[in-house]
Design a protein around this ligand. Structure first.
Ligand SMILES: *Cc1c(COP(=O)(O)O)cnc(C)c1O
Length: 422
């Protein structure tokens, strides 16, 4: 048994992941995490989408250690530093320019929810409107503004106050095609008697990482953008989880061709698990007063160092992106094969953010637990944790991916039994 007494005695009840994986983690390399007893786990979790380049990538560790050893400044609020300059230059060179994107970069604070809060604030300020629209099963973070656009009832309840000035709309396929896309929204926006205030912005995830791996179709995203443009509503894409290569391109919206007005990025941005977030803003919307959004940790120099190194290492050409797309196809194929063994099991998601929804809502949680016993970290997604969610590092090898899929297949067989229809 691992030594966990101090966690049980001293740490708050709010802790969660450690309850499913009650080990004490020690080291990590690439797609493998090792606990303090030396037991190895293959990682299909990747720190909830933070470790896109794998754990402790040597090409990122080296510049980080060099930076720290050199006596370079670590904390600098939002003052100019050489590390921030290099990050911004790299971000322009490897991300914005090749995609013909014109955004101002804001550092809103170190977490995803900081970026979402800044996006909502700015949209309200610029438009002078209060209302924000979000989607069913959305997840945007745990602070009040982000919770107000998040779907999950348990998480919303935790706010303890009314979550106001927002409304929820059906996400793509929520009504299973019984109504035309955006039929309700088009009607109420066009009808001055509808009682729905013209919103400042609509916030959307292209793949709902927490909300059940629902993936919006490119044509649905394009229709959403058209609607926003027609009614002068700002379009915010929350790419905190699906961005930074997770779906096979740097931004998750590239496939659809849409160009959001505001983009939120965090999780994998520093490439190393160091906290960092940014908000991309269409230049004419950058109407902040100096200091109007503030925070002590808006520019963590070690994160700039690893973030810039990651951009140079992985995004200077298409090699990495092509590898990620190849792994994504392999993951999809493997999941389809597993799902085909169980009636009504369906594969969901996009890129290396994919999984299986089982008709028995308890199945995914049990398969994840059995996978853990067999040496695989894999979590669940969805309002009832009904989707088994595979989110390995983007740098995972084909062999490791197949090994993880094999563990899931065995765990599913163990939990669900053989359901092959004769
Ligand atoms: C994780 C996540 C957030 C919140 O990020 P934190 O760093 O946990 O505050 C927001 N949006 C999406 C889509 C996320 O996956």
């Amino acid at each position: 048994m691992p030594q966990t007494t101090i966690f049980d005695e001293l740490e708050s009840q709010v802790r969660s992941y450690c309850r499913n994986w009650p080990v004490v983690l020690a080291t990590a390399a690439g797609s493998v995490v090792t606990d303090e007893n030396g037991t190895e786990y293959l990682d299909f979790f990747a720190g909830a989408g933070v470790m896109n380049y794998g754990h402790n990538h040597p090409d990122l560790t080296e510049p980080l250690i060099d930076y720290l050893r050199s006596g370079a400044i670590v904390h600098s609020l939002d003052m100019h530093t050489a590390a921030k300059r290099e990050f911004l230059e790299s971000f322009r060179e490897y991300v914005l320019t090749p995609r013909d994107l014109d955004y101002r970069v804001m550092f809103p604070g170190p977490t995803g929810t900081n970026s979402v809060e800044s996006a909502l604030k700015l949209a309200r300020k610029v438009t002078g409107r209060q209302h924000i629209l979000s989607f069913t099963n959305a997840f945007h973070g745990m602070t009040l503004g982000s919770l107000s656009v998040t779907g999950n009832a348990m998480k919303r309840q935790g706010a303890g106050v009314p979550l106001t000035n927002t409304s929820t709309m059906p996400y793509d396929q929520y009504l299973s095609g019984v109504a035309d896309d955006f039929q309700w929204l088009e009607r109420v926006l066009a009808d001055s008697g509808s009682g729905v205030d013209l919103p400042a912005a609509i916030i959307v995830e292209t793949v709902q990482g927490e909300g059940g791996l629902n993936a919006a179709r490119p044509e649905w995203l394009r229709a959403l953008q058209d609607l926003c443009r027609r009614y002068d509503i700002l379009l915010i894409v929350d790419d905190v989880q699906a961005g930074v290569g997770r779906t096979g391109t740097y931004f998750s919206f590239e496939e659809s061709g849409i160009v959001p007005d505001i983009v939120c990025l965090s999780k994998a941005l520093s490439g190393y698990g160091l906290p960092m977030a940014l908000t991309l803003i269409r230049p004419d919307l950058d109407q902040w007063e100096p200091g109007e959004h503030n925070g002590t940790f808006r520019g963590h120099n070690p994160a700039f160092v690893t973030g810039a190194a990651a951009l140079k290492r992985f995004w200077a050409d298409d090699t990495f992106q092509n590898e990620v797309q190849a792994r994504a196809a392999e993951l999809r194929e493997g999941l389809e094969k597993i799902a085909s063994g169980y009636p009504d099991a369906v594969v969901k998601g996009r890129g290396l953010l994919a999984g299986i929804e089982f008709p028995d809502k308890a199945a995914a949680t049990r398969i994840a637990a059995e996978s853990f016993r067999r040496g695989l970290l894999v979590e669940t997604s969805g309002p009832d944790s009904e989707v088994l969610k595979a989110m390995p590092p983007l740098t995972i090898t084909s062999q490791e991916l197949q090994r993880g899929l094999g563990i899931i297949a065995d765990a599913a067989a163990e939990v669900l039994g053989d359901q092959t229809v004769a």
